[in-house]
Design a protein around this ligand. Sequence first.
Ligand SMILES: C[S@@+](CC[C@H](N)C(=O)[O-])C[C@H]1O[C@@H](n2cnc3c(N)ncnc32)[C@H](O)[C@@H]1O
Length: 260
Amino acid sequence: MNEIRFKDGAGYERYMGKWSQLAGDVFLDWLAPLPAWDWLDVGCGNGAFTDMLMLRCAPASMHGVDPSDEQLAYASARPALRAARFRKGDAMALPYAAAAFDAAVMPLVLFFVPDPAKGVAEMARVVRPGGVVAAYAWDMPGGGFPYEALLAEIRGMGITVPSPPSPWASRLEAMQELWVGAGLGAVETRVIEVQRAFGDFEDYWSTALGAPSVGSTLSAMAADDLARIKMRLRTLQPADAQGRITYSARANAVKGRVSE
Ligand SMILES: C[S@@+](CC[C@H](N)C(=O)[O-])C[C@H]1O[C@@H](n2cnc3c(N)ncnc32)[C@H](O)[C@@H]1O
């Protein structure tokens, strides 16, 4: 059962959309797509990465699919995505015909899919022979999640934070195996490291409070425990001369081609 629900597109933008775009920028350089492709963004969420695809890739068409009504509403309202077409749906049963797209991407979603192999097989099904199937995901088991320092503090207090159903699938080796297992060819992987500066500690803290997973855990905690975590984090991640706090994150990425 996937306990994390995405119910706030604007909150998501601040908490994770900005991180997604930082990693997405490097990912797109690596993917080096051609113009005039028909694209599918699987688990498009609030459209953080879809927006980049639209602005950077000169697509012939842009499609996004996600199970969250709230995320899709935010995505549909983005000025850059007026021409995009969104559908509600699940990565494991994509509501599209076979070979309908030149490329299918899955940004920050693989670990949310209960059966990742089924999700990859579905992407391979809806992409034409020779087309591209690719993804990036925070290296969850390797500590690459952007709010890992905060999670570690909460875990250290013996409190469980809701986690996605398939964190193992974001390991580089797992991604390679999933892509090869789906019959994709020319499979390559890479690591993407990104950094994000928050204006000050309160900016970081209020951003984390808006998160669908860790935010609800923090909101349910006793005031004393919260104060303790805040103090620990301030010490662990000191501010620079301007008061800014910089955090790092690490994603793993994979790309392959549908056999011709
Ligand atoms: C971390 S967000 C990523 C959103 C967007 N791709 C981005 O890069 O910002 C994860 C998204 O996966 C969606 N999701 C969760 N389970 C899914 C599934 N089984 N199939 C497709 N999408 C799913 C959620 O609704 C959420 O929008």
